[in-house]
Design a protein around this ligand. Structure first.
Ligand SMILES: NC(=O)c1ccc[n+]([C@@H]2O[C@H](COP(=O)([O-])OP(=O)(O)OC[C@H]3O[C@@H](n4cnc5c(N)ncnc54)[C@H](O)[C@@H]3O)[C@@H](O)[C@H]2O)c1
Length: 266
């Protein structure tokens, strides 16, 4: 028996074309999964699907825009027809709009919900419906953000969507637990990605920041957490949010620094 229990399982990675999605697709393939890579950028999806195939697994590139419900439903049906019934779903797509709240329009708000929260509902519903019909069980892992855990200036709509995502994950876990479908989320802190590469200045800020580990995370460190939650290693974990943030949310470093510079009257 393999350690991960993923040998021969079929996985769909939404936003698998680069960064965390690419790392996750490759981690799943190395653990034995056949992997479908969905992205709205054809070239990215095809490149990662090729990498999966080089690892000796069946792969498939799927091009769809996750904000289009019909396109997502068709994509899930196409993957199931090509690879067979899905046992693993990982949702990666998400992006933050930086804008002051007083300037945020309803269109901004709705777009943030659509690309960070609504599509997860649409995709998980389509995949779970099939898992329930096949009585196969399954594992769903959704990438959130620490911005869903604490508030942050300039991206309220994103944070609200990511907080909603954590709640949706709990509700899906509660609703499908007896059907053998586990649902969890991974909340990254600051991660170096192709979209958000580090600069010497950003690395210096992180080194001296409130993040205990003093460095950004890597896409492989997010993929490792996603793989754990998709695998048998987390067999009794569901409805959970796993923070992968270098300890950011665990520590009150500001507090320590503040009291160090204040004088004691003792
Ligand atoms: N980078 C960080 O520091 C950080 C921190 C916290 C949370 N996150 C979360 O991590 C996840 C990944 O972030 P990222 O910056 O690596 O993502 P990204 O921008 O690299 O996007 C991942 C993939 O999704 C695809 N994609 C984008 N919009 C799509 C759409 N409408 N339909 C289909 N595919 C689409 C992109 O082409 C890309 O290949 C997101 O959910 C993000 O909110 C990132």
């Amino acid at each position: 028996m393999s350690l991960f229990g993923l040998e021969g399982k079929k996985a769909l990675v939404i936003g698998g074309g680069r960064g965390m999605g690419e790392s996750t697709a490759l981690h799943l393939a190395r653990a034995g999964c056949d992997v479908a890579v969905l992205d709205n950028a054809r070239e990215r999806a095809e490149l990662v699907a090729d990498e999966v195939a080089k690892l000796g697994r069946r792969s498939m590139a799927v091009v769809a825009d996750i904000t289009d419900e019909a396109a997502v439903q068709k994509a899930v049906a196409d993957v199931e027809a090509e690879l067979g019934g899905l046992e693993v779903l990982v949702t990666i797509v998400g992006q933050a709009l930086f804008k002051p709240l007083v300037e945020m329009t309803l269109e901004d708000w709705d777009a943030e919900q659509a690309r960070n929260l609504r599509y997860v509902f649409v995709t998980a519903k389509a995949v779970a419906r099939s898992m329930l019909a096949r009585e196969s069980g399954g594992r769903i892992v959704c990438i959130g953000s620490i911005d869903g855990v604490v508030g942050a200036p300039m991206h309220a709509a994103y944070g609200a969507a990511k907080a909603g995502l954590m709640h949706l994950v709990k509700s899906m876990a509660a609703e499908w637990g007896r059907d053998g479908i586990r649902v969890n989320s991974v909340c990254p802190g600051s991660i170096t990605t192709p979209r958000l590469p580090e600069t010497p200045e950003s690395l210096a800020i992180l080194k001296d920041s409130v993040i205990p580990m003093g460095r950004p995370g890597t896409t492989d460190e997010i993929a490792g957490a996603a793989l754990f939650l998709a695998s048998d290693l987390s067999g009794y974990v569901t409805g959970h949010t796993l923070l992968v943030d270098g300890g950011w949310m665990a520590a009150n470093i500001f507090d320590t620094r503040f009291f160090n510079v204040k004088k004691s009257n003792e």
